[in-house]
Design a protein around this ligand. Structure first.
Ligand SMILES: Cc1cc2nc3c(=O)[nH]c(=O)nc-3n(C[C@H](O)[C@H](O)[C@H](O)COP(=O)(O)OP(=O)(O)OC[C@H]3O[C@@H](n4cnc5c(N)ncnc54)[C@H](O)[C@@H]3O)c2cc1C
Length: 445
């Protein structure tokens, strides 16, 4: 049976590979390079547009737990991420080129995936469709989606952090160390600032010229990814409690704690490039250079990429989707559309790992529905089912969200210190049981 997947990003590639593994003939549409997006740099599949990190690996972190679940469920992109890993303490951080390579090789090796470099303009089709067009879905497709699914266009604005060439960092003023010395090798470069430099740095950030937001862009920043200048405007200490916090990094030359520290994380295994962790920004490029070069370790820095800011579009999932990411059938039928599933950031599941997770889940449910006429949801204690409940519960002010422990079902009286372990074990056991009972064995006869 033929299916089409719109978008060769994180969610679309995971979905296409899963659908192909269930025996579907998959037409995968990726519009780049024919039509670029404002944030992707090239034409690679599964391109990571900003940070190169899939976040924590331990089961006591929300993203570690979600990744573990994806591994149990056989996610192809999690395998690719592990192959492309670069040392980064306790987080799964990848070389983005090696990661895209690994995904592209898997897709090319799959006889039943046909990759079309073509922009899809409309949801209308005879073929069941999985929409994974991401936060930067092309204007034509976004217009068509909102025409069918309601005029209320939802979006917020997301920003990208700068990348520095390692040999331009002044190591007289920087040192390698992971926070709390976690991990086997020291993978982060730390760039301290004394109080005087920090105060001046914050003052310049506050007063700096940003790319002028258009009127409709105002007040639409994602709280989990605020531009650094916005954080500076919220208070002098905000950055010292955020991306510039000096804790877990030993003592400075004067025997006292560092005052403020910017951390840089490796972009590639060769460690020739490092990105400024948490330093997403929409300052003008010249201004970014001037201000970041005030940091003693960065005074001669060469920037391989500067920060920028982009629209991040999403649909009103609570009104449109079922708990298996399918467009509600009454809307589908009224609009004369084929069966449609949505995955990735466009559903309001925020983040790379969440994109992979929703790609897996949309494909899984699509396959079950098309092959056997019924969905096969994950157990309610699992991370993915918990993320989905948040996406579809009624919410008049629906906004994207990352997966977090608060979404897992739990009793209110759990002690804080035990909470993560208990909820983590509960989620893992639920999925293990679900798999052991044969639910993951999808027959295609
Ligand atoms: C500027 C920005 C920075 C972000 N930074 C981070 C970050 O650092 N960490 C993090 O965890 N998350 C980040 N996100 C959020 C999100 O995790 C990523 O956007 C992630 O890539 C989403 O995966 P996706 O599969 O939904 O979309 P994408 O990975 O963007 O894939 C969608 C694909 O669809 C293609 N496409 C679009 N329209 C069409 C069409 N009409 N026809 C055919 N193809 C089409 C696009 O070219 C793209 O390749 C960021 C988002 C934005 C916008």
């Amino acid at each position: 049976m033929k299916v089409r997947v719109i978008g060769g990003g994180l969610s679309g590639c995971e979905a296409a590979l899963q659908l192909a593994s269930f025996g579907f003939e998959v037409d995968l549409y990726e519009m780049r390079p024919v039509r670029p997006t404002p944030a992707h740099k090239g034409d690679r599949l599964a391109e990571l547009i900003c940070s190169n990190s899939f976040k924590g690996m331990a089961n006591t972190t929300a993203h570690g737990l979600l990744k573990n679940e994806l591994r149990m469920l056989g996610s192809f992109l999690m395998q690719a991420a592990e192959e492309a890993a670069v040392p980064a303490g306790e987080s799964l951080t990848v070389n983005r080129e090696v990661f895209s390579d690994a995904v592209e090789k898997r897709i090319a090796a799959c006889k039943n995936i046909t990759l079309h470099r073509e922009e899809i303009l409309t949801l209308e089709s005879d073929i069941p469709t999985l929409v994974a067009a991401g936060p930067l879905a092309s204007d034509a497709l976004a217009d068509n989606i909102f025409k069918h699914l309601g005029e209320k266009r939802l979006h917020f604005f997301d920003a990208i952090a700068p990348v520095v060439e390692t040999d331009s960092i002044d190591f007289d003023h920087a040192f390698y160390m992971n926070r709390w010395e976690k991990g086997e090798t020291a993978d982060f470069i730390n760039c301290p600032l004394d109080k005087e430099t920090y105060d001046e740095f914050v003052r310049r950030l506050r007063e700096a010229e940003s790319i002028e937001p258009r009127p409709y862009e105002k007040n639409e920043l994602f709280e989990g990814c605020l531009p650094v200048e916005e954080m500076a405007r919220r208070g002098t200490e905000t950055l010292r409690f955020g991306p510039m916090r000096p804790v877990g990094l030993g003592l400075g030359n004067n025997g006292k704690k560092w005052y403020a520290v910017i951390q840089l994380r490796a972009e590639n295994k060769e460690k020739t490039l490092f990105n400024m962790v948490g330093f997403q920004t929409r300052l003008k490029w010249g201004t970014q250079k001037e201000i970041f070069m005030m940091v003693p370790a960065l005074k001669n820095a060469r920037f391989a990429r500067l920060g920028c800011m982009h629209r991040n579009t999403f649909i009103e999932s609570p009104k449109l989707l079922t708990e298996t990411l399918r467009l509600r059938t009454e809307i589908q039928e009224k609009e004369g559309l084929p069966p449609i599933w949505f995955a990735g950031q466009i559903t309001g599941a925020e983040g790379y790992t969440e994109a992979v997770a929703t790609g897996w889940y949309a494909a899984w449910n699509m396959a079950n529905e098309l092959l056997h006429g019924k969905e096969n949801p994950l157990p309610e204690d699992s991370c993915i089912a918990s993320l989905l409940r948040r996406l579809i519960e009624p919410n008049e002010d629906f906004q994207p969200m990352n997966f977090n422990f608060g979404l897992l079902p739990h009793r209110q009286d759990l002690k804080k210190k035990d909470k993560k372990t208990i909820l983590g074990n509960q989620a893992i056991e639920a999925v293990q049981k679900w798999i052991a009972e044969g639910n993951r064995d999808l027959k295609n006869d």
